[in-house]
Write a protein that binds this ligand. Structure first.
Ligand code: MEV
Length: 308
């Protein structure tokens, strides 16, 4: 394909600030884009059927025919009614398997690249539909929050019923982020979280209600620019996630260390069972990264809520 001349299309990764897992069960989540993205370019392929190639910036490799990624690619092509072989190159600049929405971002970037090739005008609903078909192959029954952030960017409130609602924020949020260890599969964590709720005498109503309170308080705090309020909501949400058995000893240790180093709030983000931890520590980011480094974990600062 004429890779050098093909236009690049991008979509951003995300952090869930509040409400992961509960969002699968109909609650609102508060999520924000991060300043890291996936990019894709597309070209019509000659002759044979098209293919997806992935790149990490150094190496490029073809996705194996019949693999999960290939199946997701075919589902996305079907959703876009692509009837000619197409060759796509995707480059991921988001840490993968970390709960940062890399797969949704790749799906949206690919959908945009193909729509560009088809000379179709930008269409957020079409991007959402195509990337949702792609995501279903990996996650079974995703809530849609990852795709919503990849499509819209910025900070948003999301529920299955109402979709994405932009949440105005005064300025981007500076978050400390660290990988607590390898992440369990989202599908497995969602299944475990659902089983846990069902096993509760109240069907999980108390857990969902506690998350609802944290998300409500945190969303108002973000709108007011109240970092302390957001930090408190993150801590409250993490307590529930821990009770819900979605945290791990490493996540708990990293959250405690962040708070000791001055963070207003800290929690897991994404599916849990490993993966990423975020901490809100305005002006004390360096202290948090130093505390994590002291425990043998290398973190970074990411900007969240950058407009898409
Ligand atoms: C994954 O980023 C977030 C979960 O809530 C799953 C979902 O919303 O589909 C764990």
């Amino acid at each position: 394909m004429g890779e050098s001349s093909a236009k690049l299309f991008s979509a951003c990764g995300k952090v869930i600030l509040l409400g992961e897992h509960a969002v699968v069960h109909g609650e609102n989540a508060l999520a924000a884009s991060i300043g890291r993205s996936a990019e894709a370019s597309a070209a019509w392929a000659d002759g044979e059927s098209g293919a997806l190639h992935l790149s990490d910036g150094r190496d490029t490799w073809p996705v194996d025919v019949g693999s999960e990624l290939d199946q997701a690619f075919r589902a996305l092509l079907a959703a876009l009614a692509v009837d000619r072989p197409v060759s796509v190159h995707a480059h991921v600049r988001i840490p993968t398997r970390a709960g940062l929405g890399s797969s949704a971002a790749i799906g949206v970037a690919i959908a945009r690249a193909i729509a560009g090739l088809q000379e179709r005008a930008a269409d957020l609903s079409r991007d959402t539909l195509a990337a949702t078909a792609w995501e279903r192959v990996f996650h079974g029954n995703p809530s849609g929050v990852d795709v919503a952030v990849a499509v819209h960017g910025g900070c948003l409130s999301f529920s299955r019923r109402d979709g994405a609602t932009p949440v105005p924020i005064a300025s981007v949020l500076s978050l400390c982020l660290v990988q607590s260890g390898p992440r369990a599969s989202t599908r497995a964590m969602v299944d475990a979280a659902t089983a846990y709720l069902r096993a509760q005498p109240d069907g999980g109503a108390a857990i969902l209600s506690a998350v609802r309170d944290a998300v409500g308080a945190g969303t108002s705090a973000v709108e007011r620019g109240d970092d302390t309020g957001l930090g408190n909501a993150m801590n409250a949400n993490q307590r529930v996630l821990r009770q819900w058995q979605l945290s791990t000893p490493a996540i708990d240790t990293l959250c405690d260390a962040a708070r000791m180093a001055g963070a207003l709030g800290a929690k897991l983000t994404g599916a849990g069972g490993g993966g990423s931890v975020i901490a809100l520590a305005p002006g004390r980011e360096r202290n948090v990264l130093d505390a994590w480094r002291g425990l043998g974990f290398e973190g970074m600062v990411v900007e969240a809520g950058v407009a898409g």
